[in-house]
Design a protein. Structure first.
Length: 306
């Protein structure tokens, strides 16, 4: 295994009953990298994360996490990985400090680890506050504290910011970036596009299959999509006209604009020009967004399933 990779797994496969929910997924994450794990609901992200943490047996495939074999060295992986589950929970009637002391006990850590972690995450002044009375952002900070207290080298964060307000999400990401700069590796699943754009590299999975990976500009470029923006007074009509026209794969209102996206640029441009003419709107080429790419990939993956 190349030493610089914190995660290197190939062909991970898992079925529940007769349903294959992770289908030969291969992932590579470099040390110190923030890797995004994106994909529609139920596409297999959590299952993949749990296999890589040594929490779930793989049906097939192999690989190493922090140099440990995922099939046979689960306990070593668990010691060196911090896993923040999707619906993390605390004892609501215990304080921040008491909750962390409980987690410290599980890892065999002492009071110093709790004190250091409180200080490290800016929780010292709130340490006596009950976990149940914390806002979403502080709860999530407590969850992060609980999963980094044993000083893991790799964090696996499963939708860590779901339902948290934008300011708290930004603070969370600043925190993650600082830690990555200090050498921590992070794999983070998210449905938020702004968070995907904050990752060094992203991996997109749909219906159990890894569909694309790379930096955000690489993923957008590799998708090979073209986008036109329509501006004008009769966009609802333009939207109706464009649906199902040659070259038009997606039509989506963005505020007062209409975005029209497709793979075949020549056909797309002809359809857009025609709709613009019919509705007195103005059309111009625009950058394709990551969200447009994901929606396209999701639709295509769905079509391949049928
Ligand atoms: N223990 C289990 N037994 C049976 N089916 C399961 C089990 N765990 C997950 N699944 C199914 O496997 C599929 C993949 O689920 P998974 O939670 O890995 O997806 P996900 O990409 O993390 O989704 P989300 O974005 O909604 O969190 C889903 O259809 C889910 O219902």
């Amino acid at each position: 295994m190349a030493e610089e990779n914190a995660i290197e797994v190939t062909n991970l496969t898992k079925s529940f009953g007769d349903k294959m929910v992770v289908d030969h997924v291969s992932l590579e994450v470099k040390r110190g990298e923030i890797a995004g794990f994106l994909g529609p609901n139920g596409s297999g992200k959590t299952t993949t994360i749990r296999m890589m943490c040594g929490l779930l047996r793989v049906d097939d495939g192999e690989g190493r996490v922090l140099g440990h074999d995922i099939r046979h060295e689960g306990p070593a992986i668990k010691r060196e990985v911090g896993y923040m589950t999707q619906r993390f929970s605390f004892y609501e009637d215990l304080s921040i400090e008491e909750n962390l002391a409980f987690v410290a006990g599980i890892y065999g850590l002492g009071r110093k680890a709790v004190r250091d972690t409180l200080a490290d995450l800016g929780l010292t002044s709130r340490r006596r506050q009950l976990a149940g009375s914390l806002s979403g952002g502080w709860k999530q900070r407590l969850a992060l504290a609980a999963c980094i207290m044993h000083r893991p080298q790799l964090l696996m964060l499963d939708e860590p910011t779901a339902g948290v307000d934008p300011k708290a999400r930004r603070e969370f990401w600043d925190e993650i970036h600082q830690r990555a700069a200090d050498g921590l590796t992070v794999l983070v699943s998210t449905h938020y596009m702004d968070e995907a754009e904050r990752c060094h590299r992203i991996n997109y999975i749909a219906y159990g299959k890894l569909i694309t990976r790379g930096t955000v500009p690489e993923v957008v470029r590799d998708a090979g999509l073209s986008t036109f923006v329509l501006k004008g007074p009769r966009l609802a009509e333009a939207q109706r006209l464009l649906r199902g026209k040659p070259g038009v794969d997606q039509v989506a209102p963005y505020g007062v604009d209409l975005h029209v996206i497709g793979r075949n640029r020549v056909e797309l441009e002809a359809s857009v020009t025609e709709a613009a003419h019919a509705t007195g709107s103005e059309a111009c080429p625009a950058e394709t967004s990551l969200e447009d790419v994901f929606i396209q990939l999701m639709g295509e993956a769905q079509d391949n399933m049928e």
